[in-house]
Structures are given as C-alpha cells and as structure tokens.
Design a protein around this ligand. Structure first.
Ligand SMILES: [Zn+2]
Length: 132
C-alpha cells in the first residue's frame, strides 16, 4: 500500500493494511491535520519505506518527549510521523492512503479535546503490535 502527499512527491510504502490504527483528538493532531482529529496507521519502522523529500518538524510532547512530523516541502501534507513515546514505530497519516477505507481505528485517544460533534466508531479488533 502506498501513502502520498497532495502533490505526490513524498511517498510511503507499507506492506498492507494494519489493525494498529488510532484516532487522536489532541490539539497538536488537530493543528497538524487542520481537521478535528488525526488518524494514524502504525507500522514498525522497518516496514515503512520512504521515497521523495520530507521536511521534518519536531514538537515537544506532553511527556517531555519529541514528536517528529515529516511533511512534503512542496505541498505541505504531513505523510508520516514518529514519536519518542513509541520508539521503532512509524505512524502514517491514514488520509494519505487512497485504499485504506476498511482501516477503522481500534482506539480513540485524547477525547478530552474531542470536538463535541465527533463520534468515532472503533473497530472491534485488538492489536498487540505496538501501541500508540
Ligand atoms: Zn507534496
């Protein structure tokens, strides 16, 4: 499966669908996406291959860590990200895939800053390959 930015310059390839999908309502994800929440599919770093040029923006996290955002310097889309909280795992922005329509989140986090009208229907499955 392939995820790309708006202009197609930055591409990420992963082996296929994963159940490790998480919706996040934190303010940083809201600002990163321009959307009321972010949804990420998480893969081990060695399953993620990146093609093209990514610009990196680091922001501090609530737990004194760093969250690395990788975005296309041409069109600005964030395609993937890594957090010190989950070493060895790369999050891929689910909206950057064209064929991820069955990858529903299994968890919804930071609901204290969730927009009131948003309802997330989490998938029933559980995953044990890394946590978000
Ligand atoms: Zn782009």
């Amino acid at each position: 499966m392939e995820a790309t930015c708006q202009c197609g310059q930055l591409k990420v390839r992963v082996p296929g669908p994963t159940q490790a999908v998480v919706a996040c309502h934190c303010v940083a994800c809201q600002r990163r996406t321009g959307s009321p929440f972010g949804v990420a599919a998480y893969y081990p770093d060695d399953q993620v291959s990146v093609e093209g040029t990514a610009k990196r923006f680091d922001r501090p996290t609530a737990l004194e860590g760093l969250f690395e955002n990788y975005f296309c310097p041409e069109c600005g889309s964030t395609v993937f990200f890594r957090g010190m909280k989950n070493p060895g795992v790369t999050g891929v922005a689910i909206g950057a895939f064209i064929d991820a329509h069955d990858m529903a989140p299994i968890r919804s986090v930071w609901e204290q800053s969730k927009h009131a009208w948003v309802t997330i229907a989490c998938a029933a499955q559980h995953f044990d390959q890394g946590r978000a």
